[in-house]
Design a protein around this ligand. Structure first.
Ligand code: 13P
Ligand code: SF4
Length: 332
């Protein structure tokens, strides 16, 4: 028997979403549009969401653009079609608003690679260091940070710190190594990483490039160093999108989560876009973020209808977590 809403809410913490049956005949896109108006809600979606969710969003963007939108919106409810740390960031910026996430288990391997207790010890061992954290970390990690950054503004944030000030950069070691090269700053790195960007196979990528010698390899800086060395352009999701639009090239091999290809194909329908191959023999022959893909249209509909699951954070986490985010927003 399908559980009712009371039972579904009871099971929420265990499952992460409302396990309710949705009428198959329902036009979910139309229902979501109605709910947006009824509840004065805004849908913010990341480029790694499935295509139908990207298309229904009010704003689609990279982590920085979405954080900015969250800071500007006057909607009463923010529905975050993305992962947990993004929804937490929106809540920290908007403590008085309701922030919904279709599936609470939509986490992030990179955020998980930085447990707060261990990170606190690491910081305490280096008390003279300023702590810059990539936005892909938990709210608790943000409370231990001096300033956050995203892959769109990381260089600018690092360059805003006086040259003689030692820096801890966390949690992504791959982005950190890339930024050390870009800025010439010798930062102390936390050893975290994203399993999606580490899943690319350099051998398969080089084979693919042999078959498409004119294709430009473009990559997200969460990727590993050998892959980044092959890339003609490195940037955040929005910077990769801008690059394929503005570059004269006709063919691109894209090394980031494959969801971005939907928006790229919409914006440059005549260009050839090839997802970079992953180590695994999966169905898409690309690298997909299983966390991002936990959000489905059904779960999006249910979370808007029943206003659950909601992101709840303590006042202390909101207060302490806001400082590094506001500092970042004031700089970029
Ligand atoms: P950006 O969209 O900021 O480039 O981040 C990519 C990412 O991995 C989000 O989880
Ligand atoms: Fe996290 Fe990687 Fe998924 Fe981005 S792609 S949400 S960094 S696991």
């Amino acid at each position: 028997m399908t559980p009712n809403i009371i039972e579904a809410k009871k099971n929420l913490n265990q499952l992460g979403y409302l396990n309710l049956k949705v009428d198959e005949k329902l036009d979910l896109v139309a229902e979501i549009q109605k709910l947006k108006k009824e509840k004065n809600a805004v849908i913010l979606a990341h480029y790694y969401q499935e295509a139908v969710i990207q298309d229904i969003a009010d704003y689609l963007g990279d982590s920085l653009a979405l954080a900015k939108k969250a800071a500007q919106t006057d909607a009463e409810t923010i529905v975050f079609a993305g992962v947990h740390f993004m929804a937490e960031t929106a809540k920290i910026i908007n403590p008085e608003k309701k922030v919904l996430l279709p599936d609470l288990k939509a986490g992030c391997s990179l955020a998980d690679s930085c447990p707060p207790a261990e990170f606190k010890k690491f910081i305490d061992q280096h008390p003279d260091h300023i702590v810059i954290t990539y936005i892909n970390c938990s709210a608790e990690i943000k409370t231990l940070s001096d300033i956050t950054c995203t892959s769109s503004n990381a260089v600018q944030i690092i360059e805003s710190i006086p040259k003689d000030q030692p820096i801890i950069f966390a949690p992504d070691k791959n982005l950190g190594k890339y930024l050390i090269k870009e800025t010439g700053r010798d930062m102390l790195l936390w050893e975290g990483s994203c399993m999606v960007h580490e899943a690319f196979s350099i051998e398969r990528l080089l084979d693919l490039h042999k078959k498409h010698p004119k294709a430009k390899i473009i990559a997200h800086p969460e990727s590993e160093e050998p892959l980044l060395k092959t890339a003609q352009f490195i940037g955040s999701t929005s910077q990769l999108l801008k690059f394929v639009k503005e570059d004269k090239g006709e063919e691109f091999i894209v090394a980031t989560e494959a969801g971005i290809l939907h928006q790229m194909a919409k914006e440059v329908p005549n260009k050839i876009l090839i997802p970079a191959p992953s180590n695994e023999d999966n169905t898409c022959a690309c690298s997909e973020c299983a966390y991002m893909k936990l959000n489905t249209l059904e779960k999006l509909y249910l979370c808007m209808k029943y206003e659950s699951p909601e992101i709840i954070l303590s006042e202390e986490v909101i207060e302490k977590g806001r400082r590094p985010i506001e500092r970042m927003l004031s700089i970029s």
